[in-house]
Design a protein around this ligand. Sequence first.
Ligand code: FES
Length: 511
Amino acid sequence: MKVTSLGHAGLKVETKADTILIDPWLSPEGAFLASWFQYPDNHHLMTPSLLDVTAIAISHEHLDHIDPWFLAQVPPETTIIIPRYPSPVLKQKVIATGLNKIIEVPQWEVVEVGEGISVFFVSEDSPMNHDSAVVIIGDGEILLNLNDARLSVAQLRSIRTKVGGVIDLLALQGAGASWYPMCYDYPQERQKELSQRKRMAKFSYIERAIAAVEPITATPCAGPPCFLDPELTWVNAQMSEGIFPDQQQVVDWLEKKDVKNMVILLPGDSFDVTEKKKEADPIWHDFSFSDRDSYIQNYAEAKTSQIAALKARYPEPTESLWETFRDYFQSLLLMSPYFNGKIGMRVGFDIQGVGGGKWAVDFRPGLEGVFQEMGECSYGYRFSSRWLPPLLSGELPWEDFFLSLRFQAWRNPDIYNDHLLGLLKFACQESLKSVENYENSMDSQERIAIHSEGQTYLIQRYCPHGGVDLLEVGEVLPGGIIRCLGHHYEFDLKTGKCLNGKCKFLDSKRI
Ligand code: FES
């Protein structure tokens, strides 16, 4: 098997008889409103031969993984393989590109794609998170591509068992795919501290993943992006010490932890899995991650016209957007009383520019409504009015917009509310119901003992947020706190209260 990097999370997997692409992202306009660009640039790989493949596997609906520009160019008879999620969003995005030979696969189900090559997906447990690992079995060798999926250790072990015990190549993500904390109005020092904490959390996850998978070789992929719009170039500082470490930094950190079997693949570099040998694309002869600033400066100059063209497609509105905003949120409020209750707060929208205003949506049970004045809000978004019409029409999904980083947010108290994002991104009763059912079905009966500061607590074994096993990923912190490394919610062991998120109580009893 030969694996070639297509840049970012994109991989080309070749066996003796077949070729599969995974998550190819080559759009010259980047993704998420021309905010994210491939780093380093991968445009030299966009040749006719790249379109001549057996199949394309797409892991999830984020636009740095499903690239409508690329898919619009592949022959219509190309097979597209996607995981089955409760929400139809990913399938709809594929269909919108004009491709309709889609195989939607339940997780763990193996699909034979060609002679001696097959694929299966493993998704994160909670239906709130649509992220899946992609496993390719080709000519008897195994690629496990985790991309953005944060699988539990138990899932990683099950993958190993399913494929016979040996993972030849593990592709994993060292950079985040998030707008937190950069888009929140934290003071500078706090911003820095949170960015570093998130970076370290990601690093410790990939260290645990490598320990669980014990791959023969591992490679960092799926990020980081770079930001070329002058309005967003400040985000590139996240590469130095925030959530977007580059591949070299990921490898350097892992090597300090004694992980030695890493290989960096730049776009066009290949790795012969059988021979365990890298073949470098000569285009990168003079490239170095340490020359990032000058590389990005030249790259940004080359992309000026694409960024301007994107913005021209979203002109400022000419009239008030209030009525459309009100109608949109009034129907959203009718979707799921469960989600409204979980959100349980008033959310402000400070829409700046022509047609905008300071409005609010109240999700609190009994107080639900859409209001033309902001009032006292516990959470808020601020962004330009040019982005609101495509958000309200559904042309621009909320999560894609948040990933563009073209907004600011504030919250008080400072706790994460993933049901708010869940409602905005799914906006579909079936998907919301599947999250509700999942959350209500989590088994909280099994108990484990946790020792903290001279005390012992019996707590529920599975995290009340996403159900991951706290025996594996519970980190005891000073002050009688346990942090779940699933999504970094922290719980007070004395009271069970979630300290940084809007989450059910952790069942905890001192003994
Ligand atoms: S599973 Fe999400 S914080 Fe525990």
